[in-house]
Design a protein around this ligand. Structure first.
Ligand code: R1P
Ligand code: URA
Length: 289
């Protein structure tokens, strides 16, 4: 079994993970991930009881029970760089002994469900739609840094997408990660649209928004909207699902993302007052996880 020195796996003096400040005994097997630290409270407001609460930077955690199920609600902040931190530290909390710094002999599998907001890209994904990401195309590049990337990614879809987009290599290679199919079956009911999500390395230029600055490919969003892969099309843009699906596949955890559409890029509409409505999606996931 492997040993991890302090420079590689920093552990705080109180025995908690470096960024999350969570201790191993306070991590549940079922984890709900949200971007906004404020959304952790919204999830935990449904809990019957709370056993632990910690917060550091954008990482807020509450572990408790919902209808008898032990669940950790964890915020990630924005972006795939933060998903690298959160998923790696959650895996370490589950699979490394924080006293000896040795990998545990028995693997503990986590179930990770991200509940986020997103921009809808198709006429049939208006504001308020819930989208479950069966595949995620990462514009963020994170998974390209890990060994085993090609074994867990959908290389055929990657090739078809790069060709369709006439992709500029200077932006880094997009990767295609797949959500856990059993988890998608368990969580994504008739009330959710299933499809491809693109996780971008930014909210503005990378998602084709031009606010005073031009972008490398002004036709990006039209090409994204017209991309077809079998019966799959790209439904939405957000900023974390690719790293979550990819890292979870590499670590052996079950993961998926479901998001509520708050902007429809096709119709050029936006809802900034979405916070009550996302509670409907939170309740669906809490009941099904
Ligand atoms: C951008 O506004 C943020 O909203 C979306 C994007 O993925 C990005 O994190 O998700 P959250 O609402 O979960 O943060
Ligand atoms: N989150 C995103 O990343 N993009 C949107 O358009 C809306 C929410």
């Amino acid at each position: 079994m492997k040993h991890f020195p302090p420079s590689e796996l920093p552990i705080n003096a109180d025995g908690s993970a470096f960024h999350l400040h969570l201790k191993p005994e306070n991590l549940a097997d079922k984890v709900i991930l949200v971007g906004d630290p404020g959304r952790v409270e919204t999830v935990a407001a449904h809990f019957d009881s709370v056993e632990a609460e910690v917060a550091s930077r954008e990482f807020r955690t509450i572990t408790g029970t919902y209808k008898g199920k032990r669940i950790t609600a964890q915020s990630t902040g924005i972006g795939c760089d933060n998903i690298d931190i959160v998923v790696t530290e959650l895996d370490a909390l589950a699979n490394i002994d924080f006293t000896t710094r040795m990998e545990n002999e028995k693997f503990r599998q986590l179930t990770l469900v991200r509940i986020g907001t997103c921009g809808g890209l198709q006429p049939e994904t208006p504001i308020g739609t819930f989208v479950a990401s069966s595949k995620s195309i990462g514009f963020d590049g994170l998974l390209n840094y890990y060994a085993g990337r090609d074994e867990v990614c959908d290389l055929e879809l990657e090739e078809a997408f790069v060709k369709h987009m006439d992709w500029c290599a200077k932006k880094g290679a997009p990767y295609v990660a797949t959500a856990c199919p059993e988890l998608i079956e368990q969580i994504a009911g008739e009330d959710m649209v299933r499809g491809i999500t693109i996780a971008c390395g930014g909210f503005y230029g990378p998602q084709g928004r031009q606010i005073r600055l031009g972008i490398q490919d002004p036709n990006q969003n039209e090409k994204v909207e017209s991309f077809r892969y079998g019966d799959l099309k790209v439904c939405n843009f957000e900023m974390e699902s690719s790293a979550l699906a990819g890292l979870a596949s590499l670590f052996g955890h079950r993961a998926m993302t479901c998001c509520m559409v708050i902007a429809n890029r096709y119709a050029k509409e936006m809802n900034t007052q979405y916070k009550n409505k996302i509670d409907d999606l939170i309740r669906l996931v809490l009941d099904r996880i």
